[in-house]
Design a protein around this ligand. Structure first.
Ligand SMILES: [Zn+2]
Ligand SMILES: [Zn+2]
Length: 179
C-alpha cells in the first residue's frame, strides 16, 4: 500500500474529509515562527524567566506518514531544525541541530470551542480538521538536548579562573594540581 504523496506543506493542518485510505505522506517546511509559541523560556528553565527562548535559525523540516486507525492517528516520520544552543560545558552559543524520528499513535478527540494552542496529549479535531503543529512543538520540546555540547571533546571552562580551555590552556591549571 502506498501513501498519497502531497506537495511540500508550509503548515500541518489536515482535514478528515475524504481522508485517503492509504494514508497521507507529507513533507513539510515550516517557518521558525510556527513553533515559537511552543518553545518559550518557561519550557526550558523551570523557575527562571530570565533565559531567552531558543532561537531557531532555519526552517523546520521533516516528513510525516499519517495513517488513520479508527479515531487514532499513526504518525511516523522525522523532524529537524537548526537552533542556537548553549554548550553546557563552555557556555559558548553555537548552531546545533535539534530533531528526532517519531513513530507514535495519538488519539483524535473532538475539541470544543476555544481550544488553545498547547499540546494536551491528544490531537484536537474541530469541524473535521486538525492541526499537528502543537504536537510537533511537543516533539521538539521532548527532543531538545538537556546538555548540549559545542563539540564532543569540549574542554569546558577552568573552574578556577573561568578561561575557555578550548581556546588556550590557562596558567592556574598547574597550580591547582600542586595542592
Ligand atoms: Zn563547549
Ligand atoms: Zn584557570
Amino acid at each position: 500500500m502506498g501513501f498519497r504523496l502531497e506537495a511540500v506543506r508550509d503548515n500541518l493542518k489536515f482535514s478528515l474529509v475524504a481522508w485517503p485510505e492509504t494514508g497521507v505522506r507529507c513533507d513539510f517546511v515550516l517557518p521558525p515562527a510556527a513553533l515559537s509559541s511552543f518553545l518559550g523560556p518557561d519550557l526550558f528553565e523551570p523557575g527562571s524567566d530570565a533565559s531567552p527562548p531558543p532561537r531557531l535559525t532555519t526552517s523546520v523540516r521533516g516528513h510525516f506518514d499519517l495513517q488513520l486507525i479508527g479515531r487514532r492517528l499513526k504518525v511516523k516520520g522525522i523532524f529537524a531544525v537548526k537552533a542556537e544552543l548553549t554548550c553546557s560545558r563552555c557556555l559558548t552559543v553555537f548552531a546545533g541541530k535539534v530533531g528526532d524520528s517519531i513513530d507514535e499513535t495519538v488519539d483524535l478527540l473532538d475539541e470544543g470551542v476555544g481550544a488553545d494552542d498547547q499540546w494536551e496529549g491528544f490531537v484536537a479535531v474541530s469541524n473535521g480538521r486538525f492541526d499537528l503543529t502543537p504536537f510537533l512543538g511537543e516533539l521538539f520540546w521532548l527532543s531538545w538536548p538537556v546538555k548540549a555540547l559545542c563539540r564532543p571533546d569540549c574542554a569546558g571552562l577552568c573552574p578556577v579562573c573561568g578561561a575557555n580551555l578550548n581556546e588556550a590552556p590557562c596558567r592556574c591549571r598547574g597550580e591547582t594540581t600542586r595542592h
